[in-house]
Structures are given as structure tokens and as C-alpha cells.
Design a protein. Structure first.
Length: 80
């Protein structure tokens, strides 16, 4: 459930950034950067980082990438 909520917020953030004029590639890269920023914060604060059990970077990148891909296909009228 946690992974789904992270992916959903990634899609929402990507949609908002694109609507404000950012390039779709920048939106996907920035979502991954934000995720790794949280990991760095956990490492600096000496908190437990669970990299193996749930990959938030993977679900963030996947959510944003799939949204951008489907949006671009729709804009190019390849998707009905």
C-alpha cells in the first residue's frame, strides 16, 4: 500500500509540474532526485534505510515514467 501511494503521489506531482511548463524528462528526473534526497537525509540522521524491501526510487520513477509515456502517446494521437 505504501508503494502504491508513493507512485500515485509521483504521478500527481509529475502532472502538476508538466502543467506548469516543465519538460516531462525533467519531471521524471526530479522525482528520482527527490527520492534519493530522502535516502540521504535518512543516512545523515542515522535512521534505518530499507533499500532492499521496498524501492521507493523504483516506484517513483515507474509512476512518473508511465504517466509521461502515456501522456506523450496521447498527445501524439498514437493512443486511442
Amino acid at each position: 500500500l505504501d508503494t502504491i501511494s508513493v507512485a500515485a503521489s509521483s504521478v500527481t506531482g509529475t502532472a502538476a509540474a508538466i502543467s506548469r511548463g516543465l519538460h516531462p524528462t525533467v519531471c521524471v528526473c526530479s522525482s528520482i532526485t527527490l527520492c534519493f534526497g530522502g535516502i540521504m537525509r535518512d543516512l545523515i540522521c542515522k535512521r534505518e534505510v530499507a533499500l532492499g524491501s521496498q524501492s521507493f526510487a523504483l516506484c517513483t520513477a515507474s509512476g512518473a515514467s508511465v504517466y509521461v509515456l502515456l501522456r506523450e502517446l496521447r498527445l501524439r494521437k498514437l493512443l486511442l
